[in-house]
Design a protein around this ligand. Structure first.
Ligand code: F6P
Length: 528
């Protein structure tokens, strides 16, 4: 039977009534005054991650209704379809099995899982590739001649590995510098190459398709530089991470690590795309990273919806987007190591759920993905937190804090405590406000936030934190009834860039709109 669209379920109607009657006036300060157990009632332990949801604009009724919405939107069957390898990426006719990449080798399958999509065969291939990739990572780590590793990739082939390598810098081996080149702007590649020597450099060309314009342009230029600088042996100094091994071979790269079409680009850092992470933190560290994510997979797969953190976060996202009408979420990692966390989450959420039609291609009458944005704390405080506290728009904030610093805290006394104090104070100030003050000093307060807390930033906890976000995006996408695993919206710009590129040589503006033709003219003609 066809599932009901979320806005046609009884739970959605009940949520609307609840919002109109009381939800829109909900005051979290009153809720704390009335319920001394609110922190306990609205917080959740999950593997490696503790989440305090209590400063959000939710009460027991809205939570119960959101859980009813999840059930009426068949969230549990959707989750089962994911984990049993069904082809839930319907527009590309693909399964979505990034979770397989982090299954422990000894994983057992139910007969149903094994039957669908040859999941057991896929797992066997995953293990072979993972072992080969980790052996290669160890070989690179042991090779003292290689000091610089340049990852050339973009989108999912850049953001995840880059974010994770920065986040786990304290676990990285000394003597290896990792660089990430993504932009087609030659400034980026030139800036990296000028400090490198071919003999001590390893290039990783990371591209699921091995056709992406930016990556291929950078890869060709890197190869040309390598040869022009007298570099020998491409086989030793270039490796490719791709599902398109044939294209990598044609490019001249013989060292390749493959993955599969059932790994989406933005979900690919667990695959061969994670090689820079494995080089940085080693094979054992990478396995811990996978194990942390697997622990979160198991939590998501098995925990009842009411105690399931990705489910609770995903439902909160629906509540804020579709009932409160909040259009963005600010990401505030109080951890400098997590400085690329907002950028990574932007792709994960917005490329996955930035869709305007349902899985059947029918336009949706309600909003989907929020805009995600942010910077690490405390920097954001001195830039845009003003707007979060006193602007006219409410923006839920998602804090991430780490209890134990990665560096020896005694070396830099006071820093970490002050960092944590600021994170807590901002979340507190957003909620409390300063309603008794007048004029410019008036803070309305009641501004919602979620506080995610890690014991330490380790490979395992980072793995769990990422998997948490992947599943949370799945949850809201499943409620909205969209395909969270395709990205057709990226294609049009790529096609048009191919049309415009030759016009920058020829000057031909025929058929272009006035603005594009005008801008092209200014780019081409001196003094205009
Ligand atoms: O931006 C679109 C996109 O297809 C992303 O989904 C993907 O992560 C990125 O391009 C890079 O693709 P590839 O790994 O194939 O080079």
């Amino acid at each position: 039977m066809k599932r009901l669209r979320c806005d046609q379920t009884p739970a959605w109607a009940a949520l609307k009534c609840h919002f109109d009657a009381s939800g829109q006036h909900f005051d979290v300060r009153h809720a704390f005054a009335q319920d001394t157990q609110r922190f306990e009632n609205f917080s959740q332990d999950a593997p490696h991650v503790f989440a305090d949801l209590s400063k959000n604009l939710i009460d027991a009724d809205s939570q119960a209704l959101l859980l009813a919405l999840a059930r009426q939107c068949d969230l549990e069957p959707a989750r089962d379809a994911l984990f049993s390898g069904q082809k839930i990426n319907s527009t590309e006719n693909r399964a979505v099995m990034h979770f397989l990449l982090r299954n422990p080798p000894s994983a057992h399958y139910t007969p149903a899982q094994a039957a669908i999509n040859k999941i057991a065969d896929a797992q066997a291939e995953v293990e072979v590739t993972l072992n080969a990739m980790l052996a290669y990572a160890e070989q690179v780590r042991a090779d003292t001649a290689i000091t610089d590793i340049v990852n050339i990739g973009i989108g999912g082939s850049d953001l995840g590995p880059q974010m994770a390598v920065l986040a786990l810098a304290e676990f990285a081996m000394p003597g290896k510098r990792l660089h990430f080149v993504s932009n087609i702007d030659g400034d980026e590649l030139a800036g990296v190459l000028k400090n490198l020597q071919p003999a001590s450099t390893l290039f990783l060309v990371a591209s699921k398709t091995f056709t992406t314009l930016e990556t291929m342009t950078n890869a060709h230029s890197a190869k040309a530089w390598f040869e022009a600088q007298g570099g020998r042996d491409i086989a030793l100094h270039f490796a490719a991470l791709t599902t398109n091994v044939a294209a990598a071979n044609a490019f001249g790269i013989s060292t390749t690590f493959g993955f599969w079409d059932w790994v989406g680009g933005r979900y690919s850092l667990w695959s061969a795309i994670g090689l820079p992470i494995a080089i940085a933190i080693g094979a054992a560290g990478f396995r811990e990273f996978l194990a942390g994510a697997h622990a979160m997979d198991e939590h998501f797969r098995t925990a009842p919806l009411e105690g399931n953190l990705p489910v609770r976060l995903g439902l909160l996202d629906v509540w804020y987007r579709n009932f409160h009408g909040f259009s963005s979420r600010s990401i505030a990692p109080y951890s400098s190591a997590l400085r690329r966390w907002p950028a990574y989450l932007q792709q994960l959420e917005m490329e996955s759920n930035g869709k305007r039609v349902d899985t059947d291609g029918q336009p949706l009458p309600f909003d989907t993905s929020p805009v995600l944005w942010g910077e690490p704390g405390t920097n954001g405080q001195h830039a845009y937190f003003q707007m979060l506290h006193q602007g006219t728009t409410v923006v839920p904030v998602e804090f991430v804090a780490v209890k134990k610093a990665a560096y020896a805290p005694n070396d830099l006394p006071g820093h970490h405590a002050m960092l944590l104090a600021n994170a807590l104070a901002q979340a507190q100030a957003l909620m409390r406000g300063q309603a008794d003050a007048g004029g410019h000093n008036n803070f309305p307060g009641n501004r919602p936030s979620t506080f995610l807390l890690l014991e330490q930033l380790t490979p395992a906890s980072l793995g769990a934190l990422i998997a948490l976000q992947e599943h949370r995006v799945f949850v809201s996408g499943a409620i909205w009834g969209i395909n969270s695993f395709d990205q057709w919206g990226v294609e049009l710009g790529k096609v048009l860039a191919k049309d415009i590129a030759p016009r920058l040589q020829s000057g031909d503006v025929s058929g272009l709109d006035g603005s594009t033709a005008g801008l092209l003219g200014r780019l081409l003609h001196e003094g205009s």
